[in-house]
Design a protein around this ligand. Sequence first.
Ligand SMILES: Cc1cc2nc3c(=O)[nH]c(=O)nc-3n(C[C@H](O)[C@H](O)[C@H](O)COP(=O)(O)OP(=O)(O)OC[C@H]3O[C@@H](n4cnc5c(N)ncnc54)[C@H](O)[C@@H]3O)c2cc1C
Length: 345
Amino acid sequence: MEQQKRICVLGAGIVGMTTAFMLKEKHAEWDVTIIADKFEQDTLSDVAAGIFRPSTSFKGPSPEITKQWLVDAYHHYKKIQNSIKTVEAGVQEVSGYVFSSKFPEVTKNQFLEDLLPVYRPANALELQICPGNWKYGAFFTTLVIESRYHLPWLRKKFEMIGGKIVKRTIPINSFNDVDDYDLVINCTGFGAKKLCLDHDLVPIRGQVFKVKAPWVKMFFYGDYDTYIIPGIDFVTLGGCRQFDSFKEEVDKYDSASIWERCTELLPNLKNAEVTREVAGLRPHRIPVRVEKDIVTTSSGKHLNIVHHYGHGGYGVTTAPGTAKYAVQLAEEVLSGTKSKPLSKL
Ligand SMILES: Cc1cc2nc3c(=O)[nH]c(=O)nc-3n(C[C@H](O)[C@H](O)[C@H](O)COP(=O)(O)OP(=O)(O)OC[C@H]3O[C@@H](n4cnc5c(N)ncnc54)[C@H](O)[C@@H]3O)c2cc1C
């Protein structure tokens, strides 16, 4: 009989929760524990609007793998959306427009054009739907995955099949606390910067309003990171993308700019009730890190790690695709495919 494997998934954002659930669902006999210091509404994943819209620059280790991640992620969510669990799981279909007054390229997306059932240029009448001098546009139908529903849904499913959850902080630059596991899957998002001293991981700061505006049924993107994305209970208004900015607090100048840009794009948002404003640091890394490693801890132990972080502004979009890949790497590690120690703490 196969010896029981003990696996620790570090991190309980969309990446960690999805990975842990997929692992436990596929290998019921493995002992899977999630360790994290923040859960659900305290994670970055809760800040996201959750629209399935990868950037054209989203990058994995190769173009083929990147494409496979996106295909796997989309079909994973689409299957949930087609099931009766849609509302509970926070996955719903949404259509809308991307407009630009100057840049035709922002209305194109090679990943989505290949994947979505509807992705087409906006016609002349559609370019007049929103105030503004819109010259270029695209209409498409995609998915919104709302972490506020999806994370508790995943947690419930994970615990129902025997997954364990522990609240704990892992000290900076040290995996010593978890070196008694057969494998650690490191899904710490921006936390990996300190945990692994990863200089390639850079914050891209974002800020959004969450408003009550149930009359908004479609998403709209305008120039300069302006977006309006309806979820189940709230509409997310954004935004900004500030490279290498570590400011976690809401910035009043960004608030003013976001409010002005969004209400210009959709004037009836002026009547919306603001329920909260929040900022977050997108864990940006090129490429996203999903790879095997062996760390020698200070006690001299060789610890197997699968790193799984650095999804930038697209972690909700891509989590199921990268998680499937991370699970494959975990299986390779636990089946005894040997690799040499790479990192030393
Ligand atoms: C304004 C904004 C809007 C966004 N909109 C979208 C969108 O529409 N679509 C999309 O796909 N993406 C979007 N994103 C990006 C998305 O939020 C991230 O890519 C995603 O949340 C990353 O998930 P994660 O699980 O890696 O990280 P997180 O959600 O940050 O989770 C990290 C986990 O690791 C744990 N952790 C970290 N360090 C430690 C430690 N030392 N010890 C213990 N635990 C630790 C944390 O407690 C947490 O549980 C947006 C981001 C922002 C800021």
